[in-house]
Design a protein around this ligand. Structure first.
Ligand SMILES: [Fe+2]
Length: 195
């Protein structure tokens, strides 16, 4: 997937040298699975963010002001996540992919068509959040396997946050489809914790 340029190669060499000086093995060799999962999170969050822009721009209807604002705040947050994944890849000795064409080859989140209806936008956003949730768990498992405590801590803090977001967006959808209510706890929206 990644084409290594001479500039990237010298960057990798720099990390290898820096770690060697500290008497440590180059982490790129150790954290391969974690870096792969972080690259997927980087790709999928980038596609997700672009979809959020589209929803923020194109939404129509009575909830416009509320949803326009919510979607704007969400793409800002996802933008911070993208930077966090990329910088963690670098800290582990990898090279973060930056090409959208490469993101689309690997991303489980696809480019959304133009959506204008609030319910469709909510469903599309919720689907992307759930896919990100699953990927975060995959990443934390890879990091556990490779004994990468930094990534475990970083991704762990993201998981509780995204579960809260999924619950909130599910609650909003439930009213529309009649799926949940305060008087019928069994039908209250809840997140599926990834086993
Ligand atoms: Fe805007």
């Amino acid at each position: 997937m990644l084409k290594v340029t001479s500039e990237q190669k010298s960057q990798d060499d720099y990390f290898a040298l820096a770690l060697e000086r500290q008497g440590k093995q180059h982490k790129k060799n150790i954290m391969k699975k974690t870096i792969e999962k972080l690259q997927l999170l980087l790709a999928e969050s980038s596609v997700f963010r672009q979809n959020l822009y589209s929803h923020h721009w194109n939404i129509l209807g009575p909830k416009f002001f509320f949803m326009h604002t919510q979607l704007g705040e969400m793409y800002d947050g996802v933008g911070e996540d993208i930077d966090m994944y990329a910088e963690r890849i670098l800290a582990l000795g990898g090279t973060p992919e930056h090409k959208f064409s490469e993101y689309l080859k690997v991303s489980a989140i696809e480019e959304s068509p133009i959506l204008v209806e609030c319910g469709q936008i909510e469903a599309d956003t919720l689907d992307s959040l759930k896919k990100t949730h699953v990927r975060l768990y995959e990443c934390i498992r890879a990091a556990e396997e490779e004994d990468d405590q930094g990534t475990i801590d970083m991704i762990g803090s993201k998981i509780a946050c995204i579960e809260k977001t999924i619950w909130m967006w599910s609650a909003q959808q439930s009213i529309k489809v009649g799926g949940g209510s305060a008087t019928n706890p069994k039908s209250k929206p809840k997140i599926d914790i990834v086993p």
